[in-house]
Design a protein around this ligand. Sequence first.
Ligand SMILES: [Zn+2]
Length: 441
Amino acid sequence: MDRRGFLQIAGALPLLHALPSKAGDITSIFGIRLWPAPDHTRIVLDLDSEVEYKLSKSGNPGKVILKLKRAQPVLSLDAVVKEDPRLKSVKTWSAQGGNQFVVEFVLLRGVEARSFVLPPNESYGHRLVLDLHNLESKVGVAKPDRQQKSGSRKRLTIAIDAGHGGEDPGAVGHKGTKEKRIVLSVARRLEKLISKESGMRAVMIRKGDYYVSLGGRIRKARKSGADLLISIHADGFKKKSAHGASVFVLSDKRASSEMARWMARRENRSDRIGGVDRKRESRGLAYALRDMERGANQKISVDLAGIILQELKKIGDLHGNRVHRASFAVLKAPDFPSMLVETGFITNPREERLLRTSAHQQKLANAMMKAVRQFAAKYPSLGGGKSVRTNASIKGREYRVKRGDTLSSISKKSGISLSNIRKLNPGLSDMLRIGQKIRIQ
Ligand SMILES: [Zn+2]
């Protein structure tokens, strides 16, 4: 075994970077970024060319071996251990006469490693991603609503989705302001406001600087029993002059304007930048997209989007006076209303300045809070009012699935909202079997 001491690069993660160096057909590992999230850590290796690699489990529990063909780091990988809560140790060595670079990770108990490669995009070059997942992910998923007892008041659960994060900075302003930071700050302010409201609770889709796939955002909202989802952004446009806040709802067909189409394209490419394991995600996304019977929730989405727009108008400029429609992946949940708020254009110098100030961030959060309050008063059955499950005639009932049933049709027949059916049947799939029993109380 030929052990080498690699060049130690000073500086804190997640930005360890050396200049890529190309020696023959050896792939250089020239950067490493680390994004710890509540339920996983993402380790991203920057490579200067495509690499063949293999991730395998060793006989010892917790030990995984990453073998890269004809690769060599120009920085030390050891520092990741200190920064990562899921790693016990990392060892690296060169094998096969320098033809192979081996990294041995020892993971903490209950952590599993997955890996995949990402092709270059406009932000990064070739990348090898190692995701360390908590097997029993109890952290990060919101606890079930304890107050959700039959007959008690149901709390309105609002999923707050701060756009982008981790590998994906979102739009970047002329002063270098990153969308992912601004929107997380606005989201936290809104969370704080909601948690003070009686009859409401907030669930943060991401709580820190890490990436959650677009499908993963919907799944997390659903798992935590969301009654609605608000995705917060501050995007950019090619023209500096573009300005004003806007609110979007999903459109299956055409985007409502050229700008809306552009925005949706930008937001949807998040998964390519943030890094998504295509194979795994396609399964998850199919789940989210299958049930297209979302008519009622779509109407509610448009309604709340309109209320938010009116509140935003009171605190600043709007980009157009109506709710926009476009095909955003994060809005594709059929079972709860969702909308996307573009708080302003980070590429407009005046708005970039504003978005950086805590005063404006607070105003944005206040405006959304006011809108949510109006919404809760208008749709008491979604939350905040008496739970629909207090109806005595359906107490203790189970529904047996018949031919042609969908979750939406069962929801209509039983008068139980889709999100409540999901809360009562954890892990319920959209693929129903005839004869399957579904709890509706
Ligand atoms: Zn965005």
